[in-house]
Design a protein around this ligand. Structure first.
Ligand code: ADP
Ligand code: ZN
Length: 364
């Protein structure tokens, strides 16, 4: 098992990554002086697989456990469901000191995180991610949200967890497509911050997607350190945290233009290849590094090309990029690579340039 500390003053917390950790969460929480009612928020699929192991450990440590479940899926991330959860938590006398556990993927992490952040102005939140995407990315950094009015993550809060526990054994039941979805964010962290991790991924990608525990522990340790250091430098999202958006400007637009039929990690993979091409076009990055990035993405089983789009869809894609919430004073804030392991934030990338590089359009 490895532990990484996220240093945020009184909001500091520890991330544990390893095997067979679910049964130990109860004891760890007791050691932190939490007691009383513990609430596990999860989805139907994950409940059937992993709630028992978590629950047993909590009960053994003296907690009275309530399990609340949602059907799986992004469409469950609503204020209405948050409302239902507040109601159920009130019924079981959840108090300000009762830990609330988010057991599941990013959807549960966001929803349960939002509920923990807002119920009684905040109860202790424990992230127990069970997807690689949630372990590598969404459970760290304190972002919580629900969707509203068709906008993803429109209503939310920054709220740091008290603890993050990533039990690698849970990945054994995760469909391959979901697994590689998370690998995209790991490749992203390597590409923006850590050449060593990138080289390690190049050599060990096959072992990683086959769930070699030692390899995964190694990769997640480095990945979590990078994400933690960026979050520490900038808890509430401004400049230095922006580099985590590498691959996401084009990626988010691809997700939207395909009505979210493409998974986040796949869209980010395409977006990273696009951003590398744009970096080359601006003479920032050399072709060799761009090709290496594309190769690792392909090796993980992730797409390196945009899906087939018609003219209207291509225009809509560029339009979405121009109106991304990260646009500042009409300028697109775009993350480029100087080399593998070294990213910069630029406002020099225009929609015209993106159209030129992605679709071969002549910009005016
Ligand atoms: P993400 O972390 O990618 O945002 P979700 O929270 O939407 O993902 O979870 C993706 C799907 O995988 C959901 O249907 C969820 O029930 C399922 N799931 C989550 N963790 C596991 C697991 N460890 N094993 C099997 N299925 C899982
Ligand atoms: Zn992402």
């Amino acid at each position: 098992m490895i532990k990484v500390k996220v240093e945020l003053g009184k909001n500091s917390y520890e991330i544990s990554v390893g095997s067979d950790l679910l049964p130990r969460v109860g004891l760890w929480l007791k050691e932190k002086n939490f007691s009383g009612n513990a609430v596990i928020i999860t989805d139907t699929t994950v409940r059937g697989l992993y709630a028992d192991a978590l629950e047993r450990g909590l009960s053994a440590a003296g907690f009275k456990v309530t399990v609340l479940e949602m059907p799986p899926g992004e469409e469950q991330k609503t204020l209405a469901n948050a409302g239902r959860l507040y109601q159920r938590m009130a019924e079981v006398f959840t108090e300000r000191t009762s830990p609330v556990m988010a057991l599941g993927g990013g959807v549960i992490g966001d929803l349960a995180g939002f509920v923990a952040a807002t119920y009684m102005r905040g109860v202790p939140l424990v992230q127990v991610p069970t997807t690689l995407l949630a372990m590598a990315d969404s459970s760290i950094g304190g972002k919580t949200a629900v969707d509203h009015l068709n906008l993803k993550n429109m209503v939310g809060a920054f709220y740091q967890p008290a603890m993050v526990v990533a039990d690698l054994d849970t990945l054994k039941t995760l469909p391959r497509e979901e697994l590689v979805n998370g690998m995209a964010e790991i490749i992203k962290c390597a590409a923006i911050k850590d050449r060593g991790l990138f080289d390690f991924l190049e050599e060990n990608m096959d072992a990683a997607v086959q769930l070699d525990t030692t390899v995964l522990e190694n990769i997640l340790e480095k990945n979590v350190r990078i994400k933690a250091s960026v979050v520490e430098a900038d808890e509430k999202e401004s400049d230095s945290r922006r580099i985590l958006n590498f691959g996401h400007t084009v990626g988010h637009a691809v997700e939207a233009v395909t009505d979210f039929q493409i998974k986040h990690g796949q869209a980010v993979a395409m977006g990273m290849v696009a951003a590398a091409k744009i970096s080359c076009r601006l003479d920032m990055l050399n072709e060799e590094d761009a090709m290496k990035l594309e190769a690792v993405i392909g090796q993980a089983g992730l797409p390196v090309k945009l899906p087939e789009l018609n003219r209207d869809e291509k225009e809509k894609l560029l339009d979405l990029i121009k109106h991304d919430k990260k646009v500042r004073d009409g300028k697109i804030i775009f993350v480029l690579l100087k080399s593998l392991g070294n990213a910069v934030v630029s406002d020099k990338v225009t929609a015209g340039l993106i159209g030129e590089v992605l679709f071969g359009w002549q910009s005016a």
